[in-house]
Every structure is written in structure tokens, then in C-alpha cells.
Design a binder for this molecule. Structure first.
Ligand SMILES: [Zn+2]
Length: 75
């Protein structure tokens, strides 16, 4: 599909929430017809969920401070 590259580019913006309703429905429509893009979308969406959870839940301030101190101690 000629639309794939464009759609994949829009997909990142879609995941960042930067698209209009029109863009969104265009992507959704493409994903319905194109399983490679749908897989890419699922992967990206899952990756972002994991990263977001890591950043908020699993890396608390205390750990970030310890890392910063370790870097200072090294230097
Ligand atoms: Zn596609």
C-alpha cells in the first residue's frame, strides 16, 4: 500500500496525541485494511505503555537521586 509510509509517520503523532479527528479516522481506516501497519501500531502502543509505566512508577525520585549521586561520585 502506497499509504503505509505516510500512515506510519502519522502513527507516531497519533500516539503522541497530536492529530485531528480526520487524521485519526484516516489512520484507523488504514489500519483496518493493512495488517503490517496494524502490527507496527500495536508494537508502538505497547512500547509506549511500557516506557510510560517505567518512567512514572518504576523509576521513583529516590532511585533517580541515587543514580545522580553515583554519577557525581564517579566524576
Ligand atoms: Zn499500511
Amino acid at each position: 500500500m502506497a499509504d503505509c509510509n505516510k500512515t506510519l509517520r502519522e502513527l507516531y503523532q497519533y500516539l503522541d496525541g497530536h492529530l485531528t479527528e480526520d487524521d485519526r479516522s484516516h489512520i484507523q481506516h488504514h489500519l483496518d485494511d493493512c495488517s503490517p501497519c496494524l502490527e507496527a501500531f500495536d508494537f508502538e502502543a505497547e512500547l509506549r505503555t511500557v516506557v510510560r509505566n517505567r518512567c512514572t512508577d518504576q523509576v521513583p525520585d529516590a532511585l533517580r537521586n541515587r543514580i545522580a549521586q553515583a554519577i557525581e561520585a564517579e566524576g
